[in-house]
Design a protein around this ligand. Sequence first.
Ligand SMILES: [Zn+2]
Length: 463
Amino acid sequence: MIGLEIHCQLTRLHSKLFCPCKADYRGMEPNSNTCPVCLGLPGTLPLLNSRAVRQGAALAISLNCTPPERLAFFRKNYFYPDLPKNYQITQFDAYGDTSIGSNGIIRMDDGAEIRIRRIQLEEDPGRLIYEGGSDGHQNTLVDYNRAGVPLLEIVTEPDFDSPRQARTFMNILADTVKNLGIADPHLDGAMRADGNVSVHGGSKVEIKNINSFHDLEKALHYEMTRQNSLHENNITIQQETRHWDDRRRITIPSRTKEAELDYRYFLEADIPWVVLDIDAMQEIANSIPESTTARRDRYIKQYGIKPQVASALMADTHCCHLFEEALTPDTALIIANILTTDFMGVMDTREKRAASQLNAEHLSRLAALLNDNKITRAVAKDVLYKIAKKGGDIEDVLDAKIFDSSKLYEIISDVLKREPTAAAEARINPPAINYLVGIVMRETRGGANPQDVLGILGELLNR
Ligand SMILES: [Zn+2]
């Protein structure tokens, strides 16, 4: 079983969670983005950033969580140099659900459902820098520029079947926060994940220090393999925290006994309970753009598009726009297929597709012609290739392709004259006609309708 604990910074905010220092601390002189509040000096009081609450609520609603009636903040006590107050202000559900979100769910491409246990709004600690690397370092430096930066902690239930699925989930979550405009997930350190792994009902091992979605998959995979081999050799798996060593590509036991800490959570009395106004929550819900997962689900449900096709569309905003603009209830399926097979086939990168001449009008015309059986799939593909590369008018490109039946008669008679043996064979053995259809289709470069070809062939053969 795999579960994830994700930390996502709210990188679009102007200020930290409880003070006016900048939320965007990157590239600053160390310890220049601090004040008495985020340095934890005695006598200071935190003032909650209301925008952080709104953004947290937006994510909670997007992940189908129930927002609580009121929020409470708690002190999580531990002594570590990255935390000048000796406690972190976070959320905790000691008095019912008082975190920004709980009991959410995300549906994956493969139909699996990942439950979200809770989402907490909390402050990021400072950063420790080890001079000479983390092995055998001489000095540890601390930079409090990051201390107090607003952070959302998202905890899933252990619902993942595979490391790959966990990685896909991270990509969906990254798309979601980006789509909401609350975070830039690809900024260094903006989105970090810890993994929990247990196999065969054994103890849970937590893996920290994972720096990318790619490494997350690798670390989870390594840890599952390690635990499975211990299990096979009847060695008990210890409950512990391990660190991902990205140089050696293995997990190693953590030197600090984090799992054994008792945080002695207690209510942060310096921040009053925050009542979430129902109307304000409704307003946030209404202003949320349709998430990529919701949109994908809608495409599947509304238009009967296959999940893989819907996901391929979702992965490219430009194609999504083309699709939405061009579709009709009759042609949605055809357009989705044209975009994800033919268009993505000829224009194989997002950049090429965005620069392509193909527009929604072209697509809806092509789809209508296909839907009415006016052109074949092969012709549509050919026309699309030409338009995608050079632009122009569908009808002009088609003129060169469509055959009137008199021309088709001529072509087919010629083929029959050239292939007397095959013609004779087809008269005795009906399936052999396909060979002749193949030759005609080649001659017309896919322009003829195979049904017409079959009809004319049948007519001429029986004469
Ligand atoms: Zn500050």
